[in-house]
Structures are given as C-alpha cells and as structure tokens.
Write a protein that binds this ligand. Sequence first.
Ligand code: SF4
Length: 214
Amino acid sequence: MDKNLSFVNEKRIEKTIKALQENNINAYLVKDRDDLLAKIEEIVVPGSKVGLGGSQTLAENDIVEYLRTNERYNLIDRYAEGLTGEQMKELHRQCFYADAYLTGTNAVTEDGELFNVDGLGNRVAAMMFGPDKVVVVVGVNKIVADVYEASQRMMAISAPANTKRLNTKTPCVVTGVCQDCSSPDRICREYTLIKRQGDKDRMHVIFLNDSFGY
Ligand code: SF4
C-alpha cells in the first residue's frame, strides 16, 4: 500500500481504537498476519475451545487452517467436510459454550460500535452472548463514520458481495446493490449494533491496515 495512504489509514484506526476502548472494548493494530496470530495467542489461552463466525477476513488470513493445525486450541470446525444441516446447527449452538469466538464484522464505526447483519443470527448471537472471549479481526476497509454509513456500506458492498459468493436467488446478485428484497433467500435478517461491553476483558478488536473481506 502507498505509504501516505497507509499513514491516513493508521490515523483512522487509532481514532477508532480509542473510541472502542471508551466503550469497554479492547482494540489493537497489528502489522501483518504473524503479528495477528501472536495477538490471538496472547488473548486466547491454550486449551481453549474455539468457535468461528463465518468471515471472509478470517478466510483471507488462513485462520481456519491455523486453528485446525494448532495444538493450543480445540476448534469447533464449522468448515469440516460433509456436515449436514443438523450437524452445522449443532456446531453453531456449541459456540455459545466455547471459551473464545473468532469472527469478522461488517463494519466498525469511528464511535467505537460494531454493526452486523446476519442471515441465521448465529454469528451475532455468539458475539453478543456466550463465549468469554470474542476476537474480531478487521481490515481498515470496514471502518465507517457512523451507523448510517455502516448501513449504507452493508447495502452497497457487503451484502451483495456475500450473496454473489453464495449465489443466492436474490435481486442483488443481478444488480449488485441491495433492493430490500422479500426473497426466501434473503441473507439480511438480523441487524445488530454492539455499542458497549460490560466485561472489559471480553471483546477484542484487532485491526489490520489493509483491506480484507466485504
Ligand atoms: S436485502 Fe435482499 S436485495 Fe438486499 S442485500 Fe440482502 S439479500 Fe440482497
């Protein structure tokens, strides 16, 4: 990345980190994937049972493979081959009893809030309640000014990109923009905003100064 743009991004991340901290949410900037893994290992203690939210950011950083091959952790592997719908549902439920939950997020506001839209609701539910540690990995592209911009970003970028990835039967797969559809395949169902944490050791947002996910 251009060093001047990187500087501007870094300042925006620093501002957002400060706002998150004021909301009892821990936040950090790491420089690369190695640094990211070191930070995860600092937060999630050995022997932890770890659940995963569906996340392009985690996929692009090979976090699933890292967790599968790391003897420190016991992964609830939602990406194991051949899972039936019922088995997947059971794994989503197990995540509520996990020691730690790793996920991405749709957007982080400069006011220090996490905005998410889910299809099933398993990811946002586990982010809000259950695991004692929640680790959210975020590219700088997910930072937005406020909740309005977060919602606009979801409709213009994250939701249509996800429906395209999933090849759903929704109008956005054709047009590339949200049309607030009533399709049975609609993936935008559970809209959540995490404004603050009660337990200041629970939520940890790790920023990378690069673009990841949608
Ligand atoms: S509400 Fe419907 S049209 Fe809009 S992004 Fe979601 S699935 Fe696509």
